[in-house]
Design a protein around this ligand. Structure first.
Ligand code: AMP
Length: 112
């Protein structure tokens, strides 16, 4: 989508710190990190939110890429969290499906 900030990051129109990229998925550092490690994993395809996913292969690519990035960043021992905010009550602010990969400190539960 032409006015979507994450589409622009995925296609290189807006600079970002990429940590992973393949034909389907892009991962980059969150500009406002909430933990020492805060990576966003997104599909290249514009999908507005988790509620709009129709093809289950989107999930397998997103989740397996996030797990692979976590392995490559050495996060398996201490652990990490994957979060997908959806809609207003879920706290979603960017309307392009994205998975937050958070690590590097003890993360509180329940979320605020
Ligand atoms: P959410 O609130 O779940 O929609 O998360 C959106 C996330 O995108 C927030 O954590 C923002 O800090 C992050 N964000 C917004 N713009 C950018 C950008 N240009 N580069 C990297 N992260 C961004």
């Amino acid at each position: 989508m032409s006015d979507c900030i994450f589409c622009k990051i995925a296609n290189g129109e807006i600079p970002s710190q990429f940590v992973y990229s393949d034909d389907y998925v892009v991962a980059f550092k969150d500009v406002n990190p909430q933990a020492p490690v805060h990576v966003l994993v997104i599909p290249r395809e514009h999908i507005a939110s988790s509620a709009k996913v129709e093809d289950s292969s989107v999930w397998s690519r997103l989740m397996s890429s996030a797990a692979k990035i976590a392995r490559e960043l050495g996060l398996e021992t201490d652990g990490y969290r994957m979060v997908i905010n959806t809609g207003e009550h879920g706290g979603q602010t960017v309307p392009h499906l994205h998975l937050h990969l958070l690590a590097g400190r003890n993360l509180g539960w329940p979320p605020g």
